[in-house]
Design a protein around this ligand. Structure first.
Ligand code: NAD
Length: 356
């Protein structure tokens, strides 16, 4: 098992769960490299901030020299690359940072890691791993039937997914061309605690708590396949340790939900938990349909059979149990989300967004 792991983007939603998980569940040292963009929240790392096995380094993955120096200094055994610009709507209004971080950044990190790996010898060289964390959005949109498998051709629709698709191609090319020990995971929509309030599920929970409108694109018919973030992180750890080099692994929980049904489910949980504090007519009375996003993919659904059969991974949460845990976490952790709602998050068009 890797002893020192470089986690990039570890101050983000999924990356912070990776850092907390690795400190909690393994003996690994965790070096968290994060540029601390608007999407970062170091408070998500409070539970591990003082652990001697954890270190946060503020840096850009596109800065190849810094990455090379850090990887060498820390004698890294594995890289988990989660750093990315991740918000589809932001990629539509301004794609430049998506190209810089998701494509150029991944290239720079690959080169820094490859230079280090080239110099390794023996067991350490054999054991070195580079896991690139990607999304099911690279596959494009599905009709009513079928699932994305690892063989589904890439057909990205948004600047975000196109930039992630590009980075996936780079990673596999580095394996095929240089024998670099890389592999990829492609996961469906994540949800859970510490999710930035502009994303669909926290946005709906928090707007509902504050009696604000619950904006839904189009008629809310778009289907997403939801996975609890901790289940994703367990999958990443499983793939890092057991996955075959040069392979892709799809990660998903078989939890297909229409956006409108996700919102109604959250409203029902809140009606239950808040009882008489609920608005007249229940929280669902706050639902409001807004003009659809351009190029909005109709449906994503993941076939995770390869990961399950080859590596024995299974999600532990159902959507119902995970969603209930998530709602309760937001109810109990106002001191985490309140500053985001009141400061950096302004409720502008970027506040009307759904999902990742
Ligand atoms: P996020 O936006 O919450 O976090 C991204 C983190 O990366 C932030 O802390 C940010 O500061 C950091 N970052 C951005 N640019 C950087 C740079 N140039 N150098 C170093 N750090 C930088 O994202 P997330 O939702 O946690 O997603 C993490 C990864 O997982 C992404 O690669 C994303 O594509 C992928 N993914 C996300 C989902 C999802 O549902 N959220 C699903 C599948 C895959």
């Amino acid at each position: 098992m890797p002893r020192t792991i470089l986690v990039t983007g570890g101050a983000g939603f999924i990356g912070s769960e990776v850092c907390r998980y690795l400190i909690r569940e393994t003996d690994a040292r965790v070096i968290n490299v994060d540029k601390l963009t608007y999407a970062a929240n170091v408070r998500s790392l409070d539970p591990i901030a003082n652990n001697p096995r954890y270190r946060l380094v503020e840096a850009d993955i596109a800065d190849r020299e810094s990455m090379a120096a850090l990887i060498a200094e820390e004698q890294v055994d594995a890289v988990m690359n989660l750093a990315a610009e991740s918000h589809v709507d932001r990629s539509i209004t301004g794609a430049a940072p998506f190209i810089e971080t998701n494509i150029v950044g991944t290239f720079s990190l690959l080169e820094a890691a490859r230079a280090y790996w080239n110099e390794l010898e023996g067991e350490r060289k054999q054991a070195f791993r580079f896991l690139h964390i990607s999304t099911d959005e690279v596959y494009g949109s599905l009709g009513a039937d079928g699932y994305f498998t690892e063989e589904t051709p890439y057909q990205p629709s948004s600047p975000y997914s196109a930039s992630k698709a590009s980075s996936d191609h780079l990673v596999l090319a580095w394996h095929h061309t240089y024998g670099f020990p890389a592999l990829i995971s492609n996961c469906s929509n994540n949800y859970g605690p510490y999710h930035f309030p502009e994303k669909l599920i926290p946005l709906i929970i928090l707007n509902a708590l504050e009696g604000k409108k619950l904006p839904i694109y189009g008629k809310g018919e778009n289907v997403r396949d939801w996975l609890y973030v901790e289940d994703h992180v367990r999958a990443l750890w499983t793939i890092l340790n057991g996955g075959r080099l040069g392979e892709k692994y799809n990660v998903g929980g078989n939890n297909e939900w229409k956006n409108i049904d996700v919102v109604k489910r959250i409203c029902a949980i809140l009606d239950d938990v808040r009882g008489e504090e609920s608005p007249a007519g229940g929280h669902a009375s706050l639902i409001e349909f807004v003009t659809d996003r351009p190029g909005h993919d109709a449906r994503y659904a993941i076939d995770a059979t390869k990961l399950k059969d080859e590596l024995g991974w299974e999600p532990q949460e159902t959507f119902e149990t995970g969603l209930e845990k998530t709602v309760r976490w937001y109810l109990d952790n106002e001191d985490w989300w309140r500053p985001l709602r009141e400061g950096r998050y302004d409720g502008s068009r970027l506040g009307l967004l759904d999902r990742k």
